[in-house]
Design a protein around this ligand. Sequence first.
Ligand code: UFG
Length: 336
Amino acid sequence: MNTSQTTMVTGGAGYIGSHITHELLKNGHQVVVFDNLSSGQRRLIPDGAYFTKGDVRDQTHLENVLKINRCTAVIHCAGLISVSESVNAPQKYYEHNVVGTAALLRAMQRHDIDRFIFSSSAAVYGNTEMELISENAPLKPSSPYAENKRDAERLIRHASRWGLASISLRYFNAAGADPAGRTGECHQPETHLIPLLIRKACAPDTEPFSVFGDDYPTDDGTCVRDYVHVSDLARAHVLALESLIRTPRSDVYNLGTGRGWSVREVIDTVIALTGRQLDTVVRPRRPGDPASLVADPTRAEIELQWTARASIEDIIRSAWRWEQKQHRYPAKRQIH
Ligand code: UFG
């Protein structure tokens, strides 16, 4: 392979990482996917990318792969992602998400690779009074997962001392699937709102859909989130990497739409688009869930020239098409 400009994508076989890999290839970048396939899937890696199975906690392996492929940048998406699981397994989360990031940074330092994009999360803000959250809002993580992201961001910032240029991208709620149907969400187990709703709509059963809490301080009492299409997120990574190559610095950006949707509103939109009825039941709050997380995306708009283009309807439609493709449900139904 031509290795003049090669980016390693850790977690590149995962949901967001595979979308980023497609976008990098589309924009002429060479890509090495480094993924332990614990939750990622090989079939989601685009043909044009080189693949190595490996774990980010293994510094020696990372160094070998970075060196052999003459990588010039890293986009770090690998990590454990369930807020609720992290509450029960904080040590495991720390090892994967913080220790893994530290090993990757050490490997990069050893080989003078000084461009780094990090998959961070809006979860770092935790419970906040702010209606729209800007990057300088206080960080008040409300779960071990969120603490991991804050701690990893800190390690990354400290690495500027040896010359690392970095951008941490704080994703709000990634959702939807590649419009071309090449990749999409398939977590095992699935815990996210939109894919779970889509599955319920595709294959209704007698169990009502669980709404985790309706006594939050929001308009209808359910949690509010800013859902951003995964392809929009992927595009932001390429813009961030290109910006970092032009202007080395240590920076952080929110990636969201600036519009929040409550759990009830998302349910109503899925019902409206699919024409399927969904019964719901209110269950207790899920530990670690903040009431509302909605981005102020102004900074990314101005400095990265990035704006989320997809609507909540686009997100749900693309997630529906992906789910249909995965399971080939007998009562196949098109939504427009
Ligand atoms: N929810 C339900 N029922 C379900 C599943 C989810 O009511 O069956 C609710 C949750 O309680 C939450 C909302 O839907 O209020 C969204 O939950 P998700 O699990 O889809 O997403 P989270 O907001 O918990 O977390 C996601 C990512 C995190 C990221 C965060 C940033 O998984 O990595 O968005 O906003 F940090």
